[in-house]
Ligand binder design. Structure first.
Ligand code: SAM
Length: 218
């Protein structure tokens, strides 16, 4: 089966049937060539319902998780978005396909370099890829309309919340290896408002505003 049909099947079976309703997200995921963001040897599995290894002990997220985050972040055309945990660059490409001005940050330089190449090859060369501790955000580019985190944090990372516009959304998995919840937090004049929370499973956010050290221990 060709990639286009695999992509269509992924959208229908893994996303729409599981409750992703935002037609713009479904359309974006119909368009981004996920096979360009996985290791060449894994291309036949690019549209499987799983995360896949991308090197350095990291993964490209499961398609459903990318869709869930994109829907929860309410990314609109012209939104300024920060994607924390670039990994392969796939989620950043989905945000770009939604029409956002995308900044993404990855702590592992080799992955950031590979993601830059993946994004360029897939036609998303205008995504800005930063290297550094994304738990501290990208203050020089703030404020953002939405910040999406693709790694689990021990709690709401304060620096990320501070880099939102009022009304902006922070989507972040919160919790340890035993269990996490994907929290959707809106910045309001009264303080953070958690508007939605569902179970999920992500690799740890490693850094000053995340878990300390490589293994994910505090
Ligand atoms: N969304 C990505 C994709 O589509 O390929 C997958 C991201 S992967 C599940 C999580 C990524 O977060 C890893 O590449 C990891 O190195 C990165 N990461 C973990 N802690 C980080 C931090 N403090 N700052 C930036 N990146 C971080």
């Amino acid at each position: 089966m060709g990639y286009e049909r695999l992509r269509e099947r992924m959208v229908e079976r893994q996303l729409a049937r599981r409750g992703i309703r935002d037609e713009r997200v479904l359309e974006a995921m119909r368009r981004v060539p996920r096979e360009r963001f996985v290791a060449p040897g894994d291309r036949p599995e690019a549209y499987d319902d799983v995360p896949l290894a991308i090197g350095a002990g990291q993964t490209i997220s499961q398609p459903y998780m990318v869709a869930l985050i994109a829907e929860a972040a309410a990314v609109r055309r012209g939104s300024k978005v920060l994607d924390v945990g670039t990994g392969s660059g796939y989620a950043a490409a989905v945000f770009a396909e939604l029409g956002a001005d995308v900044h993404t940050i990855e702590r592992i330089p080799e992955l950031a370099e590979q993601a830059r190449e993946n994004l360029r090859a897939a036609g998303y060369g205008d995504v800005h890829v930063h290297v550094g501790d994304g738990s501290l955000g990208v203050p020089e580019e703030a404020p953002f309309d939405a910040i999406a985190v693709a790694a689990a944090a021990p709690g709401l990372p304060p620096a990320l919340y501070e880099q939102l516009v009022t009304g902006g959304r922070l989507v972040v998995p919160v919790g340890g290896p035993a269990g996490q919840r994907l929290e959707v937090v809106v910045r309001t004049p009264e303080g953070p408002a958690v508007v939605h929370s569902v179970e999920c499973r992500f690799v740890p956010l490693v850094g000053a505003g995340g878990f300390r050290g490589r293994g994910g221990g505090r």
